[in-house]
Design a protein around this ligand. Structure first.
Ligand code: EPU
Length: 338
């Protein structure tokens, strides 16, 4: 196990924010985690788990031991009558994994193509897009307890997935390190095409029974058209969650702003489009310091070049205040702010 000191985290976070890890250890398997747990100094130190860095805002240097997850490998674990079960190491790039499942003819993750980040981070915030959430395809995961070094297998119930949420953001935060995730891809494959932008693609191309690869290509085109590529413009995807309100609150807001974009949720509550609200407050394309609001999607904050974490958070606070002032809604940040 190699212990690295004073490591710049700028290349390891998709917003491109500067921060230094006092100590960094690369984790390639469960045994590496056990070595850290048993280490005389590192074992007792606070730890921070770093995946692909696509969902964090770094506002300061990291005194904790940064565990950079680099567990690799992907395989078909089991073929059942009604599903394929595939497994990937937590350090695998998410999109490469999705592309691999399609190449192997194990479809089911295509709506989640091109989401930045790693496989290991996907359960933490229960990534979702275009009508599918990770939890809809989740089978189980392995993680290592950072106090005991024991490997545990957790099912969906224990992970308690919610909208951009899971137990890994609550009681398990900083307590376990996810090493492998397994997904159940139902057979026969059924495309999920209910999203308006996908319906538009079907009409445009005249293809109403697309292949899984066709759906993946559409998703990539839709995302590229409105979300910035982190390799070109630093960002962390959606910066705020879409707020969920009661039907009464929603009616009240519609009374004042009839155009507000809203969706009914299965439990009767209403989800409001935070991007629409931020846009309505006039933020789209604006810049504050070296941070800005993306021109094509107001829910995404971007690094205009050389931004530091506190500039991003100053902009985020100003947006939260104006949305609260106009709609009475407090927007919650989606990435983890460190
Ligand atoms: N809208 C505006 N102006 C904007 C942005 C959005 O009017 O600047 C309107 C759109 O026209 C649309 C509505 O708001 O009517 C919703 O916008 P969009 O369809 O782009 O989706 P979103 O709710 O902003 C969510 C996810 C995305 C995911 C898309 C597609 C969250 C926080 N974000 O965005 O996830 O790709 O739906 O499923 O739930 C991410 O989490 O990083 C992410 C990109």
């Amino acid at each position: 196990m190699q212990i690295e000191s004073a490591v710049s985290l700028k290349p390891y976070n998709s917003f491109g924010l500067p921060a230094v890890a006092h100590t960094l250890v690369r984790i390639t398997g469960d045994a590496d985690v056990r070595r850290v747990v048993d280490h005389p100094q590192l074992g007792r130190s606070p730890k921070f788990i770093l995946g692909g860095g696509s969902n964090i805002i770094l506002t300061r240097d990291m005194p904790q031991v940064v565990l950079k997850v680099e567990v690799m490998g992907k395989r078909l674990l089991e073929e059942r009558a009604d599903a394929w079960v595939v497994e990937a190491g937590a350090g695998e790039n998410w999109h490469d994994f999705v592309a691999w499942t399609l190449a192997q003819d194990h479809p089911g993750l295509e709506n989640l193509a091109l989401i930045p980040g790693t496989v290991g981070a996907s359960p933490v915030q229960n990534i979702g897009a275009y009508g599918i959430e990770m939890k809809d395809r989740f089978e189980s995961l392995d993680c290592v307890d950072l106090l005991t070094g024991r490997t545990l297998t957790l099912n969906a119930e224990t992970c308690a997935f919610g909208y951009r949420d899971s137990e890994f953001k609550r009681s398990l935060a900083g307590r376990v390190l996810i090493t492998r995730v397994r997904f159940r891809l139902p057979k026969p494959w059924q495309p999920v095409l209910g999203y308006l932008e996908l319906e538009r693609k079907m009409t445009e191309t005249g293809t109403f029974t697309p292949t899984p690869q066709q759906v993946a290509d559409w998703i990539c085109a839709i995302r590229r058209a409105k979300l910035p590529d982190p390799a070109v413009v630093g960002n962390a995807g959606s910066f705020f969650k879409n707020p969920v309100v009661t039907p009464e609150q929603c009616r009240d807001i519609i009374g004042r702003d009839p155009e507000i974009v809203h969706y009914p949720m299965p439990d009767g509550s209403m989800k409001l489009a935070a991007g629409w609200m931020i846009d309505a407050c006039g933020w789209k394309g604006k810049t504050v310091g070296r941070a800005g609001v993306y021109e094509k999607q107001a829910l995404v904050l971007v690094n205009r070049g050389g931004a530091i974490g506190s500039e991003v958070m100053t902009l985020a606070l100003a947006i939260q205040e104006s949305v609260y002032g106009r709609f009475g809604i407090r927007l919650e940040t989606e990435p983890v702010v460190v």
